[in-house]
Write a protein that binds this ligand. Structure first.
Ligand SMILES: *Cc1c(COP(=O)(O)O)cnc(C)c1O
Length: 393
């Protein structure tokens, strides 16, 4: 199994976690090769999540822009409204197979916590979620959802009481309870084997999209574009096209108020090499290596690092990583609402904004495939408040 991606990745964890990581790696290798495991995973994705998700041509939006055709991969139509559940189902099934009785997770905006609480209920496993006390305040609807689903939410008051502190607490719980506990990580980050395992569970996005493009258009898209928080929806999409040299892979980071302001969440474009969450990766840090809290209008792009494989794809040039600001993401959010009748997640709006920038400069027969990672019902309040503040400034 791959533990490094170029200079990135690895297992930078306490010695006591090396054995549980080895155990996880062996269990995952065996599960992946077991047709019964893969069949059950596929059945739950079909019968519970509602896969496969369609691809939708954004016809009116594309005509308005007057260039390339924008095509949306509709992860917003999954049960729970985003891609995260693809991964939590895979990890929860693996936990059960390993005989682990209890699921733990960390969450920032709360979306991964909800996706974990969802599958814990589905499989009848107790679930405890670590969340920074400040995020508990900011994201109370997701805290309510987790509790409704039967999960216990721990408000973490250490440090800056946000995602990085919740990650530390979850790791601490795992060290203490690894005999009976499975740690569900929500993105393609953390120590090996998590980045590879999460990518594999999310790769259903890219596999479906590739086949759907061939069926619908008789060819592959010219570009595959996805937003990057930790990078799981992007790696899931990219996985389908990584061997197709003709398909440009584009990851879009949250530029917040602009890279130069320091208020952003762009780890590749605005971060430096360091160690976070058990892996070597690009991350947002101060001169002396303290993790900086992220800023973005979109709460789900709040991971202060990025999956190690993305750093490697960036270095090798196989994928390109751009930045979209809050203002651009909000404009894309509005455009999809008004032209297509789809309210996108603010995270996904970053990917869409990149496509909106590119489309006018490309011919009509060019295809830009955008991963619509989630629906935006959760963002209504936030988007309205952002627009009110702009109007009044
Ligand atoms: C969490 C989330 C993201 C960011 O996470 P990745 O691991 O980068 O995919 C993007 N979109 C939505 C809708 C999310 O909930």
């Amino acid at each position: 199994m791959k533990t490094h991606y170029g200079a990135y990745g690895g297992q930078y964890v306490a010695e006591t976690l090396m054995a549980p990581l080895k155990e996880l790696e062996a269990a995952y290798e065996a599960a992946k090769a077991d047709p019964d495991f893969m069949r059950e995973f596929g059945e739950i994705l079909r019968d519970y999540v509602g896969r496969e998700t369609p691809i939708t041509v954004a016809r009116r939006l594309s005509e308005h822009l007057g260039g390339a055709t924008i095509v949306l991969k509709r992860e917003d139509l999954n049960h729970t409204g985003a891609h995260k559940v693809n991964n939590t189902i895979g990890q929860a099934l693996l936990a059960r197979r390993m005989g682990k009785k209890r699921l733990i997770a960390e969450t920032g905006a709360g979306m991964h916590g909800v996706a974990t609480a969802t599958v814990a209920a589905l499989l009848g496993m107790p679930c405890e979620v670590y969340m920074g006390a400040i995020d508990v305040e900011r994201q109370s609807p997701n805290v309510e959802r987790m509790k409704m689903l039967g999960a216990k939410v721990h408000a973490v008051t250490e440090g800056s009481a946000t995602l990085k502190d919740a990650m530390n607490e979850a790791l601490r719980d795992w060290v203490t309870n690894c005999d009976d506990t499975f740690y569900v990580i929500g993105t393609v980050a953390g120590p090996a084997p998590y980045p590879e395992m999460v990518r594999d569970f999310q790769s259903v996005i890219g596999r479906e999209a590739r086949r759907q493009c061939l069926e619908k258009f008789g060819r592959l898209p010219d570009e595959a574009i996805a937003c990057v928080g930790g990078g799981s929806n992007a790696m899931g999409l990219f996985a389908g096209f990584i061997d197709d040299a003709s398909v440009k892979l584009v990851g879009v980071e949250a530029g917040g108020k602009g890279i130069s302001t320091g208020e952003h969440a762009a780890s590749i474009n605005g971060g430096r090499l360091g160690v976070l969450h058990g892996a070597k990766t690009m991350l947002l840090q101060t001169g002396d290596g303290n993790i900086i809290d992220t800023y973005s209008v979109s709460a789900g792009l709040d991971y202060p690092g990025v999956g190690p494989e993305h750093c490697h794809l960036h270095d090798t040039g196989r994928a390109e990583y751009t930045v979209i600001t809050d203002d651009e993401a909000i404009a894309a959010f509005d455009a999809l609402c008004r032209y297509e009748g789809i309210i996108p997640a603010l995270e996904s709006s970053h990917a869409l904004a990149e496509a909106i920038k590119r489309a006018p400069g490309l011919p009509k027969n060019a295809i830009l495939l955008v991963n619509l990672s989630g629906r935006g019902d959760k963002d209504m309040e936030n988007a309205r408040r952002y627009k009110d503040a702009k109007k009044n400034s």
